[in-house]
Design a protein. Structure first.
Lengths: 202, 202
């Protein structure tokens, strides 16, 4: 089951949501995400937030106080993990506003590794130890940002690595690309990384 | 001595640079940063990059090949640390484009803790163990994103903390605010955090 969560990030960073609605996902609006969905002519199954900036409380919404220790998105992700058997959670509108919120939301992936943050140009996910096949789909670049010192093997990419130690803060694993041999094969031997697929700059 | 580095991030994320030029800093253009400076009618002392997208090599530039293991910004920061006695390094144009590059550049701060990334709305710095006074200046929000499990004390802020353990991926330390008692007093007892000052949303 797919869950689509829409938060209140800037509209210019949010793609058309219609293609993600075809599998009839559960749709959750986080606070101002109600407006984002309305602008795209889409309905939500559930709304979560304090709705301070919205100016009204959507019918049936789960209301949280404005001053709290967790963000609305974090509350929404916790709700999803408690109430749904999700196999895929796509989050829109969680990037592109204040950079502290964007970073915060990227780190949230560590708590919820099923989740992918979606922008108009990128898909962002968290990889812990394990093996992964990552397809190119429409994307051009494949980047890995280690959160801790990490040992990586990258196969079927333009710049392969074998059991390579990648420090935090280096640039070696940014802007890799697929070959035409199919999905990239990624092994995180130790450590944890953020993996990003990005569209071409051109 | 202040060093100002200008990279090629989207123009809409780069503030007017003139106010930062008053102390006659060393000005370094990183690749397309040459264009950003030219658009603001400003000169550079040094240019570093591969200049592939610029279409010409600026006179006296330090040229690097396009395919390399380090980003142009990383090379520029290394050059600065080797050639200048900088007390302050401000980097513009390192955020707001591809999110993998933005994240990469935030992590670069770990290697170069003197550096601050500047956007039109934020200032981003890296704090390791130690005590810091952080002024409000024109900013409204003060956020801390732990990169590893961190113990923090925050004083003179709206939501103070005392020797508090802050996990990676939580939201507790996002969107704090100053009181009117002067600079926030921040103690990183153990761990490391990204500290961000942000303008108000309004």
């Amino acid at each position: 089951m797919r869950v689509v969560i829409v938060a209140a990030g800037p509209a210019e960073d949010i793609p058309s949501l219609q293609p993600f609605m075809e599998e009839k996902p559960v749709v959750i609006a986080v606070d101002g995400g109600v407006t984002v969905l309305a602008q795209q002519g889409l309905a939500f199954d559930l709304a979560i937030g304090d709705f301070d900036s919205l100016g009204y409380k959507p019918e049936g919404a789960i209301i949280h106080p404005a001053e709290k220790d967790e963000t609305d998105l974090e509350l929404a992700l916790r709700y999803v993990s408690q109430h749904y058997e999700a196999t895929e959670v796509l989050v829109f509108g969680a990037t592109g506003g204040r950079l502290d919120m964007t970073l915060q939301n990227v780190y949230l992936l560590k708590q919820f590794p099923l989740v992918r943050l979606m922008t108009k140009r990128e898909e962002i996910r968290f990889l812990q130890q394990g093996q992964y096949d990552i397809k190119a789909d429409q994307y051009h670049y494949l980047s890995f940002i280690p959160l801790v010192p990490t040992r990586l093997t990258l196969q079927r990419v333009k710049y392969p690595l074998t059991q390579h130690d990648v420090p935090v803060g280096g640039s070696l694993t940014v802007s890799n690309e697929w070959t035409n041999q199919g999905p990239a094969k990624v092994t995180v031997h130790t450590g944890e990384v953020i993996a990003l697929r990005s569209l071409s700059d051109h």
